[in-house]
Design a protein. Structure first.
Length: 149
């Protein structure tokens, strides 16, 4: 993989003292965009075997800190795919790459210069609550079965 913009630390990732999850998505469960992404991944993830962590949970916050991110801002999903952590636009494209076709076609976003791709991601992330907030997140059964915390 060329420049896929991994998180600051891109080793085998684990949540506070638990066994590492090779494929994991940490997402803001209060954000309708982020939780929609998690539900989409749970529905379409037939081979990668993602587990999920709510960014507001102890494990989610620990992972944000581990990768040098502010656990209070939660301005990026963290996608850990094949043991490597990705943030910002690279988190989205890594997730799409793992799903295969036709979703893999969205990795065309990797062709954008890193600064442009991350600028776009940041605009969406900083305005994500304008799309709505979930005060009582109710994940789908497919997602609920794969939550780690």
């Amino acid at each position: 993989m060329s420049d896929k913009r991994p998180a600051p630390e891109s080793a085998e990732a684990s949540s506070a003292g638990t066994k590492p999850h090779r494929n994991l998505i940490v997402f803001d469960a209060e954000c309708v965009v982020c939780s929609g992404f998690a539900r989409f991944m749970a529905k379409h993830d037939r081979h990668a075997g993602y587990r999920f962590a709510n960014a507001h949970s102890g494990s989610g916050k620990a992972l944000y800190r581990r990768f040098g991110l502010d656990p209070e801002l939660m301005e990026t999903n963290i996608v850990i795919y094949q043991g490597r952590a990705y943030i910002k636009m690279a988190s989205f494209t890594a997730a799409m790459r793992s799903l295969g076709w036709p979703w893999r076609a969205l990795t065309v976003l990797d062709l954008l210069p890193r600064a442009s791709a991350d600028w776009l991601y940041d605009r969406i992330a900083r305005n994500r609550y304008r799309f709505g907030r979930r005060t009582c997140p109710l994940p789908s059964q497919a997602l609920k079965d794969r939550l780690i915390d």
